[in-house]
Ligand binder design. Structure first.
Ligand code: GTP
Length: 598
């Protein structure tokens, strides 16, 4: 085990993790050069197109040290870069002894660099700081060095400088992994404990569980148990990632690999859970396991009722592979039968919607996402509400609580004023502290309602800082709040799926913007359509969609019909995204109008 090293690469988004992993694969000969396509490890289509890593992909390589001539096994766990998936970063870190902290030389230390570095420190990991992209003309190596020194208190001699793209300095990274990261502890003689740090669903083989074995060993035929739910399985295959899945006889203490054991869906192989021997289990699970909870909720409806079953099947299939997706059947008077879905964040929601479109050819109507509220009723009852349409009537409510996050923003000092204004005046945030972070960088810490940052916050923050600020956030719990429900009426009829929850002080402004936006998005009809917002039993905003003039109508209809015919040829009936609400057709964009006015 002396010649094994387990590491993870952590970085702010786009600082080059995947590129560095690709180079390592190439140098160690794990992937032949001609087979090498850029970003080998980002295998999901959506990941490749968006250039982001969503799922972690472990890999094992062998490297012969130039310093001592010995061959080392290096296991590398790549980590997701987006804040929606930070729990997975945390679990990946629990599987390793050291990290490469990768920092883009042209951008310096960013919010997730800091958040990830702190996580590595919490896990007591050896940190190898690496400055990447030194080939860029605007690389600022001395400044980046100062920022890293300041962040983790390391001297500049210990910081490596590389260009993952050009392959410069990558061997030094491998030598540093061997020289600085401790080999795994633990022994094969103890009871089996293995950490699940990821799981994937395979159509043919069931769930493939990615594990780090801490103690004991595991081989085909063994009876294993998942600690949190006490489910027992028989191991069918054990193997490692080279990076393709390659079966091996057994996995032992210190190893990173996979287990196939007839597990039917990924929600049974929970990330962070411990696998132990069913007949001789450990008394205590490995530390740090948390149930992943969705943070953002939205209604999802098939275009036409006949596709309800198909949508349910598609969601079930996605769920096999994505345990953080939740859904249950729901009914909306406006949109009919559908589902209430829970997501980790907006990116996750977007990925699910896109996968439904690509993999299942399902076009769905999504309602505006919202967070989960705790409402204490006057009769003392506590209810959890994740659907604005089901928010209790004001007259019944005693108190309302909403989720808050700790938000950290890192920025050059010149944007400090604008950012403070954004968070405190527009987003109901409270500043809790500021710190200097190295050279010309300030960290601003706030407490902010989660609802305020899930929509457009990221873009606004970027706009307020000419793209220089970066952010990270984590849940800190529920806080009492003054919230009201806004109901939207289209042509005098309430449309439940357009309801939103807003803070009292922002309700008027939001209602105003929302009715204006809806009036813009809903097409003209032959009659005038009032769009109204109601809160606390009163209409607080109104906008009107004018009736179409006759002549215009005739023309438009002609065009429309032929266009519709063409559309119908291409798509199935349900794919058109108009909903008839009473006598009014509402397009899909209207249900997401809130995203544009938040
Ligand atoms: P996430 O998975 O989304 O967090 O991104 P990542 O950290 O894996 O970054 P990735 O490897 O996808 O690189 C982001 C971009 O930076 C890509 O366009 C790379 O080609 C580019 N890049 C990575 N390393 C270098 C480098 O050394 N030099 C230059 N010039 N570009 C680089």
């Amino acid at each position: 085990m002396k010649n094994v090293r387990n590491i993870s690469i952590i970085a702010h988004i786009d600082h080059g993790k995947t590129t560095l992993s690709d180079r390592i694969l190439e140098i160690t000969g794990a992937v032949e050069k001609r087979k090498m396509r850029e970003q080998f490890l980002d295998s999901m289509d959506i990941e490749r197109e968006r250039g982001i890593t969503i799922k972690s992909h472990p890999l094992r390589v062998f490297y012969k040290s130039k310093k001592n001539g010995k061959v080392y096994e290096i296991n590398i766990v790549d980590t997701p870069g987006h804040v929606d998936f930070t729990y997975e970063v945390d679990r990946s870190l629990a599987a390793v002894e050291g990290v490469i902290l990768l920092v883009d030389a042209s951008q310096g230390v960013q919010a997730q660099t800091v958040a990830n570095a702190y996580k590595a420190i919490e896990h007591n990991l050896e940190i190898i700081p690496v400055i990447n992209k030194i080939d860029l003309p605007n690389a600022n190596i001395p400044e980046t060095e100062l920022e890293i020194e300041d962040l983790i208190g390391i001297s500049s001699e210990e910081i490596l400088k590389v260009s993952a793209k050009e392959g410069i300095g990558v061997e030094d990274v491998l030598e540093a992994i061997i020289g600085r990261v401790p080999s795994p502890k633990g022994t094969e003689n103890e009871k089996l404990s293995a950490l699940i740090f990821d799981a994937k669903y395979d159509k043919y083989r069931g769930v493939i569980t990615y594990v780090r074995v801490f103690n004991g060993e595991i081989k085909p035929g063994d009876k294993i148990m998942t600690y949190s739910n006490k489910q027992v399985y028989e191991v069918v295959e054990t193997g490692v990632f080279t990076p393709d899945m390659t079966p091996i006889e057994k996995l032992k203490a210190g190893d990173i690999g996979y287990i196939i054991a007839g597990i039917k869906e990924v929600s049974l192989a929970k990330i962070g859970d411990t696998i132990t021997n069913a007949t001789d289990p450990v008394e205590e699970p490995l530390p740090g396991y948390k149930e992943i909870k969705p943070m953002v909720f939205a209604g999802m409806y098939p275009g036409v009722p006949e596709y309800y079953e198909e949508l349910r099947k598609a969601l079930e299939k996605l769920k096999l592979n994505d345990s953080s997706l939740t859904f249950y059947p729901d009914h909306s008077p406006a949109l009919g039968f559908g589902f209430r879905c829970g997501f980790l964040g907006l990116l996750h929601m977007d990925v699910v919607r896109e996968r439904l479109e690509r993999e299942f050819e399902m076009t769905v109507i999504l309602t505006a996402p919202n967070v989960e509220y705790k409402v204490i009723l006057k009769n003392g009852e506590e209810v959890i509400v994740n659907d604005p349409a089901k928010f209790p009537d004001e007259s019944m409510i005693q108190e309302v609580y909403e989720p808050y996050v700790k938000l950290s923003i890192i920025t050059p000092p010149e944007y400090l004023g604008k950012l403070m204004n954004l968070v405190q005046n527009e987003k109901r945030g409270i500043m809790t502290s500021t710190e200097n972070a190295g050279f010309e960088r300030v960290v601003l810490n706030f407490e902010v309602p989660l609802a305020e940052i899930i929509f457009d916050f990221f873009d606004k923050m970027k706009a307020s800082s000419r793209g220089y600020a970066s952010m990270d956030y984590e849940m800190i719990g529920y806080r009492k709040s003054e919230l009201v429900k806004i109901t939207i009426l289209v042509n005098k009829e309430p449309v439940d799926a357009l309801s939103i929850i807003a803070h009292k002080n922002k309700a008027y402004a939001m209602a105003r913007k929302l009715v204006d936006k809806l009036a813009e998005l809903i097409p003209q009809h032959q009659f005038e359509i009032p769009v109204q917002a109601r809160a606390g039993g009163r209409i607080i905003a109104r906008s009107t969609i004018k009736a179409l003039r006759k002549d215009v109508l005739a023309k438009c209809y002609g065009g429309d019909v032929t266009r519709k015919m063409k559309l119908l040829q291409k798509q199935k009936e349900g794919k058109k995204r108009l909903r008839e609400i009473g006598s009014v057709s509402i397009p899909q964009e209207a249900f997401l109008a809130l995203l544009k006015v938040g």
